[in-house]
Write a protein that binds this ligand. Structure first.
Ligand SMILES: [Zn+2]
Ligand SMILES: [Zn+2]
Ligand SMILES: [Zn+2]
Length: 199
């Protein structure tokens, strides 16, 4: 195989002010030719680059329009193909846990997966009574805030952030935050091939 065959063709589609992001991560040698192993790797990849894709815009909840705090991922795997492919469908929601916006978004997610011929991801039902700690865990930082400090003030509408010059995607409030995040961000930065803002 040529070195080109080692790359996964991955498209991340974010709803709202829609963005289509092309990523070309290298498939690890240990997973090559084994769709089940590639699927596990893709699932982990979606978590490891979530921050880099989340903190990229004044994302609003696709249901109520409030500034979003959670990015929900559904993955369509086409990893059995000679050129393995995958699609991340990403919906931004105002809050995680049990709330109407989250439930409506989940129903939309399931529909997309049904159309794509993929089974929805298994979900763990939230506990009936949430402890204060659990409730806090579900309050994620604003997607509109700086990817490093995630300070609430940097997430307010109209606050000036700038994009990483490498990927032209991930946003920061100051060069200090960008520099401090580079050790973590560079992995995602290097696999982002192009970003297309649909509107
Ligand atoms: Zn909402
Ligand atoms: Zn910052
Ligand atoms: Zn970058």
């Amino acid at each position: 195989m040529s070195s080109r065959d080692l790359k996964l063709h991955l498209t991340a589609i974010t709803y709202g002010a829609r963005a289509e992001i092309e990523l070309r991560p290298t498939i690890p040698d240990s997973a090559r030719g084994d769709p089940a192993k590639i699927d596990t790797w893709v699932q982990n990849l979606s978590m490891s680059i979530a921050k880099d894709i989340k903190h990229t815009n004044e994302w609003e909840c696709t249901v109520c329009g409030k500034l979003a705090r959670e990015s929900k991922y559904n993955v369509v795997f086409m990893t059995h193909l000679p050129q393995p492919r995958a699609i991340f469908y990403i919906y931004n929601v105002c809050a995680a846990g049990e709330n109407t916006c989250n439930q409506i978004t989940q129903a939309e997610n399931d529909m997309v997966l049904a159309i794509a011929g993929t089974t929805p991801n298994p979900r763990v039902a939230p506990p009936a009574v949430m402890s204060e700690h659990d409730a806090q865990m579900l309050t994620f930082p604003l997607a509109s805030s700086c990817a490093k400090c995630r300070d609430a003030k940097t997430g307010q509408k109209g606050y000036k952030l700038f994009r990483c010059g490498g990927c032209k995607l991930t946003r920061y409030c100051c060069p200090g935050c960008q520099k401090a995040d580079w050790g973590r961000h560079k992995k995602a930065c290097k696999m982002i091939e192009s970003v297309y803002w649909v509107w």
